[in-house]
Structure formats: C-alpha cells, structure tokens
Design a binder for this molecule. Structure first.
Ligand SMILES: Nc1ncnc2c1ncn2[C@@H]1O[C@H](COP(=O)(O)OP(=O)(O)OP(=O)(O)O)[C@@H](O)[C@H]1O
Ligand SMILES: [Mg+2]
Length: 252
C-alpha cells in the first residue's frame, strides 16, 4: 500500500502537474512550518503550476508573433532621439490603444528606432497574451499575392484580421503594384475600427499615393489608417550611424 505522499505524487504526475510535483516537498515543509490550512497550502502548491504555465504561454505568444528581435522599451535610449515623447511610448506599452482599436504609425527616416519601438509595443502586447503578429510589408503582400493566385485570398485576409495587433513594418520600402495596393486596402479595411495595426514607414503621408500608384486607393488607405491613430514622427539621426558620427568627431 502506497503512502499518501506517494499516492499524491503519482496523482500529480498523472495530471502532468510537473511544477506541483517539483515543489511538493518544499510546499509541505512550508505548510507545516507556518501552520497553513488545507486551502492555503493548496493555493501555494497550485500557484507554482499556474506561474509556470503562464510563463510558458507568454513565451509561446512572443514566439508566435515572429518579432525580428526581442528589444524592449527599456533598451531604447530616449536621450538619443529627443523628438520622441517617452511618455507617449510608455503609454502605448500599457496597451490602452489596443482596447480602443487605435492604430500607431511610426514615421521617420532609417535607423531612427521605428522597428525597435514597434517591436517593444508588440512584445508588451504578446506578454499580456494579446494575439500579435509582426510582418514586413513586402512579405505580407507576397503572402497575399500568392493566396490570390491560389484562390484563397479571403481566407488569408481573415487570417491576418484575427490578430488583435498586427505590426506591418517597412511600408513603402519596396514598390507595391496596383493589384497589391488593392489587397492592402482590403486588409486595412477589414481591420478598420476592429483591430489595432502598427505601421512603420519612412514615406510622408502626402507621398503615399506614390507608394500605391493610385491616389484614390492611397487616400482610402490613409483615411482608414489615420482615423483613429497616433502618429509618431521621428525627426532625428540614425542610431545605426551613432558610432560613425562619434568616430568622425574624434577624427577631427
Ligand atoms: N534610441 C535608440 N536607443 C537604442 N537603440 C536604438 C535606438 N534607435 C535605434 N536603435 C537600434 O538601432 C537599430 C536600428 O533601429 P530600427 O531598426 O528600429 O530603425 P528603423 O527606424 O526601423 O530603420 P529602418 O527605416 O531602416 O528600418 C536597431 O538595432 C535598434 O535597436
Ligand atoms: Mg525598420
């Protein structure tokens, strides 16, 4: 006949409560030392399992989001880029904008931190278990183009619409043909006022008609993107050239 301890261990293993098995001994010791009730002890034991499962869930949400890196706001040097309002970025990481289906557009030249900040906000969302996905605009359009050729555009658009937060990086870096522009419009239209989208671009809004080769489509996209949007204009130097700039100064 098994002891009750062995039986409990077996039960927990059967239920795949790995953390409760690992922490059974120290929890029993803690309960005895602190004279805890059955419910208090059980809460302590189950919390080990919940914390572990939560951490796993967060890890997998971050992984599924396909971020280019794991850079967060704490790694962003706001002193280097004074045109950015730090409080506004910190507010984005509270995810208030997600609850009201607002968009964020980061607009600025190369190396000013657009992808870094968009990723930071995405990581904050994924950590809070909001379904999040990061994709470069060009890759997104390639996927949609392929789906259209295979007669499954609708399903693919629906797929990209299910994300609570979609980050579309590098809008306008590569040319977009007229067909792709229409498909991009469809995606923006499907997400409009339902889900939040973060866009990063180095193209000023008044030149968007050049990206989309059609002023009507460009306007329709802009109208929807900007209706409920926070626009972060970054006017500053490239962080990538930071060390070169320093180097030049010391060379003089
Ligand atoms: N203010 C900053 N503090 C710390 N790191 C920064 C800062 N700005 C940019 N970086 C870093 O510099 C690199 C370039 O930044 P990022 O990729 O965000 O630029 P970008 O604006 O997206 O540029 P591009 O338009 O060329 O894609 C990244 O490694 C990023 O982490
Ligand atoms: Mg970028």
């Amino acid at each position: 006949m098994d002891s009750t301890y062995t039986q409990l261990n077996k039960n927990l293993e059967y239920l795949k409560m790995t953390q409760m098995v690992t922490h059974l001994d120290d929890t029993i010791d803690f309960i005895n030392t602190n004279n805890l009730s059955f419910t208090e002890g059980l809460i302590k034991l189950t919390t080990h399992e919940i914390d572990f499962k939560e951490a796993n869930m967060i890890r997998s949400m971050v992984k599924v989001a396909a971020f280019p890196h794991r850079k967060e706001v704490k790694e962003f040097d706001f002193d280097f880029q004074p045109s950015i309002n730090k409080q506004q970025i910190l507010d984005f990481t509270t995810l208030r904008f997600l609850e009201s289906q607002e968009n964020i557009v980061f607009l600025g030249s190369s190396g000013t931190g657009k992808t870094h900040l968009a990723t930071s906000i995405g990581i904050a969302a994924a950590k809070k278990r909001y379904s999040t996905y990061f994709i470069k605009c060009h890759d997104l359009l390639q996927q949609l183009k392929r789906a259209k050729l295979e007669n499954r555009l609708e399903a693919r658009l629906k797929h990209f619409c299910k994300y609570k937060l979609l980050i579309i990086d590098e809008l306008g870096y590569l040319p977009i043909d007229k067909d792709d522009s229409k498909v991009f419009f469809q995606l923006i239209d499907m997400r409009y006022e339902k889900k939040s989208t973060i866009l990063t671009t180095n193209i000023n809004f008044n030149s968007w008609y050049e990206i989309f080769y059609d002023a009507v489509i460009a306007n329709a996209i802009l109208d929807r993107v900007l209706h409920h949007a926070h626009v972060v204009m970054i006017n500053g130097k490239s962080y990538r050239l930071k060390n070169h700039i320093k180097q030049e100064r010391t060379d003089q």
